[in-house]
Design a protein around this ligand. Structure first.
Ligand SMILES: [Zn+2]
Ligand SMILES: [Zn+2]
Length: 343
């Protein structure tokens, strides 16, 4: 589950950079880096470059932002009709979320695994995603299983949160904060929500790794060792509720529905891109769009590390960071052994 990787873009060359570790087919430069929010002393040039690349140019992050504006101001704004729960508008929210996740996860799956759009170029794991019949998965196949959990549990739970927030905004229970009321807060809230999500994800993710909860809940997500776009939102319903609860911060922070939608897409659609198994979409000998998250790929391989994401160094500060090195793999394996020996 994360969310956008912040590693430097791969060099545009015909010769794919070789992996530095034998365990991977490809990985970004190691040790992996965090987004430059917590660098001390601050490096404004590095920071501005990062903001430019991630928020102001075409990236998964800027596309979720544009989508949030498109929905909040044009496709389905919060209106008076939403003061009461009605199947008319709630059905539209559900339908749109189904279409959005199917388009993003389905589109990425089609490119990477359906038509094998770029072969193994910029693919992290040397192995192909599980395409063989396997009793571990519902309906016998990883992709069908992942689609089931994403569409039957994930999207309805995301929709329930969105519907609840729309109802609150429409009833003025939650005051809508507009651009003209404070443009600086209006703009800053977008990156602040991404930073908040990073902390929230770290905390709930550590919780679901507690072995008694892990066995019943989080193991559903971790059956995907080699992940694909549909794996991102493939979780147990309890985990969906916890994961999406990052939105509840908006009950106390002044916000506009566009902020709620940005965080919703960051959580739901970002999970699809970050689990794609590839660093970037590569077309015509060029890296076109950074999407992958090697940070989280390490979590799926070694489990007891990188519970957060690369937005903020929570893992570094709390001692669970895997920077991609073999030494970190050893430390992580020791931690896993101790955790499971206690219970
Ligand atoms: Zn995951
Ligand atoms: Zn996990």
């Amino acid at each position: 589950m994360t969310i956008a990787d912040t590693s430097p873009p791969p060099v545009d060359t015909k010769d794919e950079p070789a992996a530095m570790s034998r365990e991977w087919h490809w990985h970004p430069e190691l040790p992996i880096k965090y987004a430059p929010f917590a660098i001390w002393p601050p490096q404004p040039v590095v920071f501005m470059k990062w903001v430019w690349t991630n928020y102001l140019q075409v990236s998964d992050r800027s596309m979720f932002l544009a989508l949030a504006f498109f929905v909040a101001f044009w496709l389905q704004p919060v209106t008076n009709a939403q003061v009461v729960f009605s199947l008319d508008w709630m059905g539209m929210v559900l339908l749109r979320n189904l279409v959005l996740l199917s388009t993003v996860a389905g589109g990425l799956h089609f490119w990477f695994y359906g038509i094998d759009g770029q072969g193994k170029r910029l693919k992290f794991d040397p192995r192909p995603m599980s395409a063989r019949k396997n009793a571990l998965y519902k309906f016998g196949y990883q992709t069908w299983d992942n689609m089931f959990y994403s569409l039957v549990s994930g999207v309805p739970i995301v929709t329930a949160y969105e519907v609840g927030f729309r109802w609150l905004y429409a009833n003025d229970t939650l005051a809508t904060f507009s651009f003209s009321q404070g443009w600086l807060w209006f703009i800053l809230l977008f990156p602040l929500l991404a930073l908040w999500q990073s902390l929230h994800f770290y905390v709930i993710h550590r919780l679901v790794h507690w072995p008694p909860i892990y066995r019943h809940v989080h193991s559903v997500h971790h059956r995907n060792v080699n992940t694909g776009p549909w794996s991102g939102m493939s979780m147990h319903p309890v985990e969906h509720m916890l994961y999406i609860s990052a939105l509840l911060i908006l009950l106390i922070l002044p916000s506009h529905p566009v902020h709620m939608l940005f965080l919703t897409y960051w959580l739901m659609l970002g999970a699809a891109s970050s689990h794609s198994g590839y660093e970037a979409i590569w077309v015509k000998d060029k890296s076109r769009l950074l999407i992958g998250a090697f940070f989280h790929q390490l979590h799926h391989r070694y489990y007891e590390c990188n519970y957060g994401n690369s937005e903020m160094p929570w893992d570094k500060w709390f001692g669970s960071f895997h920077d991609g090195s073999e030494e970190a793999t050893k430390t992580t394996r020791d931690r896993k052994r101790k955790m499971h020996a206690k219970l």
